[in-house]
Design a protein around this ligand. Structure first.
Ligand SMILES: C=CC1=C(C)c2cc3[nH]c(cc4nc(cc5[nH]c(cc1n2)c(C)c5CCC(=O)O)C(CCC(=O)O)=C4C)c(C)c3C=C
Ligand SMILES: [Fe+2]
Length: 382
């Protein structure tokens, strides 16, 4: 089995994104395509409709225009005008960071799981059976809680996600202010405090007039950014203040140069810790989703994840690092088939093939933690 296993520290982002998906009016045609180009990121909630999932989650490659919008501009939800300096007149700028949320104590675990499983983007029941969503969520959350609690107990008794996301928000705010963009940054979690609804209340209290919505998931999935954006869309639809507020959405950003280079930097640094770095297998492990999300609902998650890994590997190759690598998916829950290959099976295969040096890269994780990384937690004994 593997002689050395190194882990990259969890440091880029906390979770994963919804593509296109929300984009109904993108202004990309004039943008030059470049290596790190990705899907257009501008979207207007006012154009979203949760009753039209095909508009949100088309998996047609053709419908996904490529562009490279600068992150530091605001796109007017009505006109798509892109002013060089977004701060005009009395505008108050806000950035809303969306994330999953996590239980802060072991007592929070079951209610957190209830919120998660009550989400129709997580447990996708046929329309006829939707009335069962909450009873089912109650049942599964009670059933799952002991196993989840074990995991959270192993990483100090709660999720570090709020702390990490708050810290990211603080750093983002500092970076924006240093660029003369005096924006407020808000954190809105999907399944635990501070809930998205709480962030929106604060945004209204602060009188924000222009809002950038940034899910902290580099790659889009129906179950992560998709769910958060759908919730946001329903909040916006019912609120006169929000409907009239200019806003833009960054659905995914796995292809951004800064992100790819940051991942490559971390990998390059960790490889240096091996005796024979060039022989080390780079093992990307990502949170999975049920296969049906991709094959039936058109979730772009798998495609974005694979493209992301390719981009990171290309960046490493440009630096003269030509290591073998593999991508596998973990964290499956329940009886249905999830994205393959599975992480546990892949690790065993690598061991059988005689791989002695493995660098595990938690590219998109569930129970993430800087103290006990989940891959050690779950697979350390294999
Ligand atoms: C049951 C379906 C689930 C889907 C689909 C799913 C997708 C998904 N999740 C993340 C990121 C995270 N998930 C986290 C915890 C978590 N996720 C599920 C289930 C699904 N996730 C459960 C039951 C749990 C709770 C923990 C457990 O019992 O295993 C977390 C951790 C949050 C924290 O506490 O810090 C993250 C992050 C992604 C990226 C994703 C789809 C791509
Ligand atoms: Fe998850």
């Amino acid at each position: 089995m593997a002689e050395s296993i190194a882990m990259l520290p969890w440091s880029i982002s906390s979770a994963a994104p919804l593509d296109h998906r929300v984009m109904l009016r993108a202004n990309c045609s004039s943008q030059k395509l470049e290596r790190y180009s990705g899907t257009c990121t501008e979207a207007s909630f006012s154009r979203l409709s949760s009753t039209q999932p095909s508009l949100l989650f088309s998996n047609s490659k053709k419908s996904r225009l490529k562009c490279l919008p600068p992150l530091n501009v605001l796109v007017d939800s009505e006109t798509q005008a892109v002013p060089a300096k977004p701060l005009v007149g009395n505008d108050k700028i806000g950035v809303l960071l969306l994330n999953l949320g996590g239980p802060e104590t072991l007592d929070d675990v079951q209610p957190f799981l209830f919120n998660l499983f009550a989400d129709p983007d997580i447990i996708r029941l046929p329309r006829l059976f939707r009335f069962l969503q909450k009873p089912l969520a109650q049942f599964i959350s009670v059933f799952r809680a002991p196993k989840s609690k074990e995991g959270y107990a192993a990483i100090g008794g709660g999720s570090p996600l709020r702390r990490i996301t708050d810290a990211q928000g603080e750093e983002l705010k500092k970076a924006l202010w240093s660029k003369d963009v005096p924006a407020n940054v808000y954190v809105g979690m999907r399944y635990w405090h501070p809930f998205t609804e709480e962030a929106i209340e604060q945004i209204k209290k602060d009188g924000i007039t222009k809002l950038v919505v940034l899910p902290l998931y580099p790659q889009f999935s129906i179950s992560t950014s998709g769910s958060s954006l759908r919730l946001l869309e329903s909040i916006f639809r019912e609120d006169e203040y929000l409907v009239n507020m200019q806003h833009t959405v960054i659905p995914s950003w796995y292809q951004r140069e800064g992100y790819i280079k940051a991942m490559a930097n971390l990998i390059e640094k960790e490889l240096q810790g091996f005796d024979t770095p060039q022989k080390c297998v780079i093992f990307f492990s990502a949170h999975g989703v049920p296969l049906a999300y991709v094959e039936e609902a058109g979730d772009p998650y798998k495609a974005e994840m694979e493209e992301c890994v390719d981009l990171i590997m290309e960046e490493l190759e440009r630096r003269g690092l030509n290591n073998p690598y593999t991508l596998a998916y973990q964290s499956r829950v329940g009886p249905v088939e999830w994205l393959k290959p599975y992480t546990d099976e892949t690790i065993i295969d690598l061991g059988k093939k005689g791989v002695k040096n493995l660098l595990a890269v938690p590219i998109r994780f569930g129970r993430c933690c800087d103290r006990v990384p989940p891959i050690c937690w779950s697979y350390g004994c294999i």
